[in-house]
Design a protein. Structure first.
Ligand code: AMP
Length: 664
């Protein structure tokens, strides 16, 4: 098995980690950061941007820049909450009720999974660059509370990114793996994971490398974004009261408000009060309008009591399901940036009387755990074993719309469970199997994962045919359902895809499109890279010319300077004409010319270490041009009009003092 990386695909940030010599290691991205913003965007030229570059254009290009995509992954339109839809880009439902994100600049609609695939691709590319070898597989983490559709959709995103998702791993379980990796003593651990958009709680027992998840619970629509939104609303409402303008209707203003709100929220984790300044946020009848205000921690906390309440329920429910009391928990591990909020930590302390463990980095621990899981899969790490659970009950709809649970929540996975059902009417030739996931008694109140029909049942009185329905959940938490008519042996089995935003045909079509376009993309990429490196070289040449003029004077290395100037101008012209073939030759000539100039510069430096030799040379050249040697050496007072009255003195004294300054 080749290299498998671990990917934490967070709502706000994503992280990739690898195993190096048996130790997990977070990989810095191409920009040098250990976390990559989970943002995808297109420039006005339809160039794809991912991560920090995309994040940078959030305010200026809000309609073509997409953040918080995880909240849409594997969800159908009807399930979305208003708070998820409060984004500055457009989100809409297609004819099938699936979520689509139109991008004006590319004139295309994307499924959320497609955009998320670009983030995965970047992480994998960055890891491959670091490792110096291709990466084609990954362990991808998801919130433990993700349902089957969301897991399927995450796996689809991996496929669209061109990698094998070897394992879908629950985020809190990953965090526990990282936490328990080096520990030998038996511990009962509560992982409290509040990220940008999702919330998970898991209780597990760790002993001698065996990780047993006992219970998990959470809310996939609750995270740091909701806290930001409260500040956005607070600012927007106050502004509306004063100016009768709703800033939330202006995409750019909304994006600026969101960024300022998130920054203020983060600052309030460390200080009691923080200023918020948003100049020129709108224009009123009397000119530009600004926001200048201060938010203090207690006001902020007063905006979020219901969000805190929503954090309590899953902790209590996981404790109940595990059969543990709060006192049984030995360690509390905090995961996700939002756990830095003092109100969150206080609330948790009222539920579990333990100080949280500070030894893990809440931003990186999930990716580290994913890399450890990758090591378990490749066999590199041997003495670890992971026993996870399924977060939500799975069942069928039976007569009267009731939910018949086949696999209760928190069942250890992988698991197989089956039951026998019959017909409700005489001579019924087929039965509809409708699969649901959730905890409510009525099937319709839960999440529909899909339905299929088992037909060809021989005529028989009501209740006689025996249809065996089996549910299989694999180690990824993914479900497969089969139904067998026991009389005929007829069997039908399906991979459930009910809520996924892309069906199999669409995925295949997108993969085919990606393959067909791979050459075009590569060419495009290569041309962008070529242009960028030419631009970099031109900037370098400009700098070297400036250095040369300073160190050697404008004509100190005339031949080499001219060569660089000419080659640079050629490259600039070719860039303008967009002639990429010739550009390559131009770049080669410029590199050669720069090499010549650099060599000349370094040989000059060797013979004269003074960095101000250039100025001397400049003055020297001027002198040559303006005066004869005798003039220069003559008594300056004789020719007051020529340079300066105190020219020789100035030359000696000031140059010496500049030299000193230079080296100080
Ligand atoms: P994650 O998904 O773990 O990267 O968490 C991202 C979320 O954590 C975002 O909503 C951030 O605004 C939030 N966050 C990061 N640092 C802080 C902080 N110091 N205080 C409050 N929230 C934070």
């Amino acid at each position: 098995m080749g290299r498998i990386v671990g990917i934490d695909l967070g709502t706000t940030n994503a992280v990739v980690a690898v195993l190096e010599a048996g130790r997990p290691l977070v990989v810095a991205n191409a920009e040098g950061s250990r976390t990559t913003p989970s943002v995808v965007g297109y420039t006005k030229d339809s160039e794809l941007l991912v991560g920090q570059l995309a994040r940078r254009q959030l305010v200026l290009n809000p309609r073509n820049t997409f953040a918080n995509l995880k909240r849409f992954v594997g969800r159908v339109w009807d399930e979305l909450e208003d708070s998820s839809l409060a984004v500055p880009y457009t989100v809409r439902a297609n004819a099938e009720g699936n979520v689509r994100i139109p991008c004006p600049v590319t004139e295309r609609e994307y499924a959320p999974e497609e955009l998320v695939a670009s983030i995965i691709r970047k992480l994998v590319d960055d890891a491959a660059t670091y490792l110096g070898e291709p990466v084609d597989a990954a362990v991808v983490t998801v919130p433990a509370y993700f349902n089957d559709s969301q897991r399927q959709a995450t796996r689809d995103a991996g496929r669209l990114a061109g990698i094998n998702v070897e394992r879908i791993l629950n985020e809190p379980t990953a965090a526990a793996l990282a936490y328990g990796f080096d520990r030998t003593s038996a511990r009962r651990v509560l992982v409290f994971d509040l990220g940008g958009g999702t919330f998970d709680v898991s209780l597990m027992r760790i002993a001698n490398g065996v990780f047993d998840v006992k219970a998990t619970s959470g809310d996939t629509q609750l995270g740091g974004n909701d806290f930001d939104q409260r500040i956005v609303d607070w600012l927007a409402e106050a502004f509306k009261r004063e100016n009768s303008i709703d800033l939330r209707r202006d995409r750019q203003a909304l994006q600026r408000l969101t960024e300022a709100a998130e920054k203020a929220k983060q600052e309030l984790s460390g200080v009691q009060s923080t200023p918020l300044s948003l100049p020129f946020i709108a224009t009123g009848p009397d000119g530009p309008l600004h926001i200048e205000t201060t938010l203090d921690r207690s006001t902020f906390e007063g905006l979020c009591p219901d969000l805190l309440d929503r954090l309590m329920t899953p902790v209590q429910s996981a404790l109940r399901d595990s059969g543990w009391s709060a006192e049984d928990v030995d360690d509390v591990v905090l995961v996700g940036g939002s756990t830095r909020m003092p109100m969150v930590q206080q609330l948790l302390r009222t539920l579990i009387p333990r100080d949280p463990c500070q030894s893990v980095n809440p931003d990186e621990v999930v990716a580290v755990g994913a890399a450890i899981q990758a090591g378990i899969l490749t066999g590199e790490l041997r003495d670890l074993m992971l026993n996870d659970v399924t977060p939500l009950s799975l069942g069928l709809e039976t007569v009267g719309g009731l939910m018949k649970v086949l696999i209760p929540r928190n069942s250890p996975i992988p698991v197989r469970q089956s039951d026998v059902f019959s017909t409700s009417q005489a001579n019924q030739a087929s039965v509809d199997i409708h699969v649901w996931q959730g905890e409510r008694q009525l099937a319709a109140d839960n999440k529909s994962l899909g339905r299929f029909r088992l037909s060809g049942i021989p005529p028989a009185p009501r209740g006689v045919p025996q249809v065996q329905v089996a549910f299989d959940i694999d180690a990824n938490g993914l479900l497969q359902v089969s139904a067998t008519d026991r009389t005929t042996g007829r069997k039908q089995s399906v991979n459930i895809q009910g809520g996924s935003n892309l069906n199999e045909e669409e995925i295949k079509a997108l993969l085919a499109e990606a393959e067909a376009k791979a050459d075009e993309d590569r060419r495009r990429r290569a041309s962008i890279d070529r242009r960028n490196s030419a631009l970099t070289l031109v900037a370098q040449a400009e700098r070297r010319l400036r250095d040369a003029a300073l160190e050697l004077g404008p004509y100190g290395a005339e031949r080499q300077q001219r060569a660089v100037e000419m080659a640079m101008r050629d490259v600039q012209d070719l860039l303008e004409q967009n002639d990429l073939q010739e550009l390559e030759l131009g770049v080669a000539s410029l590199q050669e010319a720069l090499f010549g100039l650099n060599r000349r510069l370094s040989s000059e430096r060797r013979t004269d270490a003074s960095p101000l030799q250039g100025i001397r040379n400049t003055l020297g050249s001027l002198k040559d041009e303006l005066f004869s040697d005798e003039d220069w050496d003559d008594d300056p007072w004789e020719s007051p009009s020529r340079l300066s009255d105190s020219r020789p003195n100035m030359r000696r004294r000031d140059m010496n003092s500049w030299d000193d300054d230079f080296y100080r």
